[in-house]
Ligand binder design. Structure first.
Ligand code: LR7
Ligand code: MN
Length: 464
């Protein structure tokens, strides 16, 4: 491997010293129809880049792959490797969550490290992870995830300036590490970043803690949701989740999956996300349900076992998580309204028409179905839908949907509950009905008290 690939990340990390006595780890890799080269690259990089005494074993869990070379050929191949590689076969396609549970149950190491089946560990990836767990066994740790191109296999260092979050649809997203977290680390970028969520595929956890905290929700199928489920659970139930910035592992980000989702992609992901929302998010699950119309109809099975777990572990409410762990979340901890914003004069509703950034907010007949007509007027006095806020930067408009910046400025609105006006504070103008020229977008006008400047902010419930 080219040297640059191994040592280019962070010069201050190179001089860090880790204890000799560290817990050892099993590495669990689950796969379904993975390519030979990427799977073997993952295994080789684990073996070649980990101190032998820290590596208990590698466990490959085959989630009922159909490709021939993943059967006997693979079995014979791994026999010759210098670290024990165990292959476990799922009897039927089970999804990555239940496959990981099987791998974890069969493992012996003091720590369990999970990796996707298309990764490349870099030199020195393991020691920083294990050292952090040795310091605090209730810390679950992720490396920085470097990007391997699925076209060229070029390797690009990931950023230590982003951490994990999620949006109203419960999609995992990377966001900039906020100032408060930079301050807490006093500018030392070699210290771990406390992250609200993890991407899900690459992390290490103390074996006993994995069991204490409730492993995974075995009712989740195929793919999706388990990463936020584990993130919320760790934080709400007294653990912590960190990105250890001195550990780097590459991951092939692929544009298409080599597998199917039995029952349909949407159905599987919605089911998993409902299990996540129902068990961990309390009343804040409304944000997910309102922005994703139809999701409330998806059957999510029985979650009573997971709710009992939450009670037994005496976990904190989701509001605590939003306040203490993720105050910069897209879901506001305090808000005045969540639902449609209806004009009194025209009886039409604000509509973000497909939620594109940098476009004018629209206005349309109210459909009462949530989705594009859902806005929240928050305690910070922003009008937001997911991560986009109503923003006005010029006198008399237009009103644009821009990424919420939490800096007040052009995104600060005053709702007068008696006059029903929405006054944009910076311009001191009021949100008004459309003009004759463009019937599809609201305007900004001097506040006049006319009916066209009156808006009803609704708290909508979608039968959840
Ligand atoms: O049915 C399946 N059975 C499996 O064994 C489906 C998948 N898998 C295996 C698959 O072969 C792979 O090894 O599970 C692993 C993860 O599947 P991917 O690589 O298709 O998932 P991903 O990388 O697109 O998705 C991310 O989110 C998932 C949510 O369920 C998992 O948590 C993945 O582990 C996770 N990957 C990462 O975190 C890598 C960094 C991505 C980012 C950001
Ligand atoms: Mn992956």
């Amino acid at each position: 491997y080219p040297k640059a690939r191994l040592f280019s990340f962070c010069s201050r990390c190179k001089t860090k010293v880790y204890p000799d006595e560290l817990p050892n780890t099993s590495v669990v890799i689950v796969f379904h129809n993975e390519a030979w080269s990427t799977l073997l690259r993952t295994v080789y990089s684990v073996i070649n880049r980990s101190p032998r005494y820290l590596l208990s074993e590698v466990i490959l869990v085959d989630d009922a792959s159909e490709r021939d070379f993943l059967k006997l050929t693979l079995e014979n191949y791994v026999k010759n490797l210098e670290v024990p590689v165990k292959i476990i076969r799922m009897e039927e396609r089970s999804g990555l969550i239940r496959a990981r549970l099987r791998g974890a149950a069969a493992s012996k190491g003091q720590v369990i490290t999970f990796l996707d089946a298309h990764c490349e560990c870099t030199l020195g990836w393991l020691e920083p992870l294990l050292a952090r767990i040795k310091e605090d066994r209730k810390t679950v740790v992720c490396p920085i995830i470097d990007v391997i191109s699925d076209d060229t296999f070029e390797y690009m260092a990931g950023s230590d300036m982003t951490y994990g979050g999620f949006n109203w649809k419960l999609n995992f997203r990377w966001y900039p590490v906020p100032q408060r977290e930079m301050d807490r680390r006093k500018g030392d970028r070699t210290l771990p970043v406390r992250t609200p969520t993890m991407a899900g595929g690459l992390f290490s956890i103390d074996r006993n803690y994995f069991e204490e905290i409730g492993t995974y929700d075995a009712g989740m199928d195929i793919w999706g949701g388990e990463n936020l489920e584990m993130s919320f659970r760790i934080w709400q139930c007294g653990g912590s989740l960190e990105i250890v910035t001195c550990s780097h592992v590459g991951h092939v980000f692929r544009k298409a999956t080599p597998y199917t989702f039995p029952g349909g992609t949407g159905h599987v992901i919605n089911k998993n996300n409902r299990r996540l929302a129902e068990v961990w998010m309390d009343e804040f699950k409304d944000f997910f349900y309102i922005i994703s119309p139809g999701v409330v109809k998806v059957d999510y099975g029985d979650v009573s076992v997971r709710k009992t777990l939450r009670e037994n572990l005496k976990c904190k409410p989701f509001s605590w998580y939003l306040e203490n762990i993720y105050p910069d979340s897209q879901i506001p901890r305090r808000y005045y309204s969540l639902g449609e914003i209806r004009n009194v004069e025209t009886n039409q509703c604000l509509d973000n028409m497909g939620r594109k950034e940098n476009e004018k907010v629209g206005i349309f007949n109210c459909h009462g179905m949530g989705g594009n007509q859902v806005f929240s007027y928050t305690a910070d006095k922003e009008i937001r839908t997911d991560d986009l806020c109503l923003d006005v930067s010029r006198l008399s408009g237009p009103v644009i949907m821009l990424k919420c910046h939490h800096m007040r400025g052009n995104q600060l609105w005053e709702y007068d509950a008696e006059r029903l006006t929405l006054r944009h504070v910076n311009s001191n103008q009021c949100l008004d009905e459309p003009s004759e020229e463009d019937k599809m977008v609201p305007t900004m006008q001097d506040c006049s008290g006319s009916r066209s400047q009156q808006w009803l902010l609704r708290n909508m419930t979608l039968g959840a």
